[in-house]
Design a binder for this molecule. Sequence first.
Ligand code: 5GP
Ligand code: MN
Length: 336
Amino acid sequence: MMNREDIEAVKALLTSPKKIVVLPHRNQDGDSMGSTLGLYHFLTQLNHGVTVISPNEFADFLKWMPDSDKVMLFEENPKNCEPKLQEADIIFTLDFNALHRTGDLFGSYLQQLDKTFIMIDHHQLPDSYARYMYSDTAMSSTCEMVYHFIHQLGMEQLINTKVATCLYTGIVTDTGSFRFSSTTGTTHRVAADLIDKGINNAEIHTNLFDTSSYDRMQLLGKALQNMQLMPEYKTSYITLTQAELDAHNHQKGDTEGFVNYGLTIDGIDFTAIFIENKAEGIIKISFRSQNSFDVNQFARTYFNGGGHINAAGGRSTETMEETVSRFVKIVKEIKK
Ligand code: 5GP
Ligand code: MN
């Protein structure tokens, strides 16, 4: 819950029409997209002028979401976005814990803005740039938090089917369809209430998970063939080079969820996927664990990243070979 004083202050702010910008993190996922669009559909009913600005272009598997076509893109179109940010009375930041998660350039731009920031987020170790903060690392998803936030404001009657569709989407994607340990009884009660708002939950699942291309399935096949095991360290990892991505006509979002396969093997409690991105000159890494192995700490300490205890991301500017051999060495040292 957001603390009582802050919720009253935010409620007061929202009583008169405001110019509001809502920001998700770079390389959006279902939770960032669901929470920003869910909040957008809530706030527009209160007659605020609301703009969602995504740091960069987002994946096709999110483009069915209501009003996703109205989302502005900062990196692709900074000139259109800057006036919105300059004019804003309030900037909501959703599903991230530090401004640099919007990208280095956008992050520094936001840093020098003198605005009322409101954070809603469930990642570990939040920075303190926001005037009002609702941070809860025990939450399944930022979407679940937006639901609680709307209830705390006493405005749950404004959760219509559009809001509910967006919030349900982020809960489903961040909980791995309700299977990760972050899923609580309350998460299910929230999902149940959202379904009772009249959303088409089966269609949401289909839109998110059953619209793959043949190329993507072939790429998944390649990823699974590339999987390496370090059984004595209960660790597995997958690599995908730029050449392998190119050979399968890689589109943004195609590798979403691949990392989870590494944990499906019996006896494995830690996994990683290394995905080369030649355009950005980095290897993007995702980490997942079961039980108590803290991948947020691992990603922070060794790979310039962060996230949650069981799901985190990071990056490397070394080559694929160097990155993987450093990873293997670290695993051998710390998991002895
Ligand atoms: P994914 O592996 O799916 O990209 O991300 C897993 C989780 O870690 C997500 O909650 C995501 O927001 C977070 N995350 C991913 N990459 C980074 C990163 O480079 N830095 C930080 N701090 N968090 C990340
Ligand atoms: Mn999230």
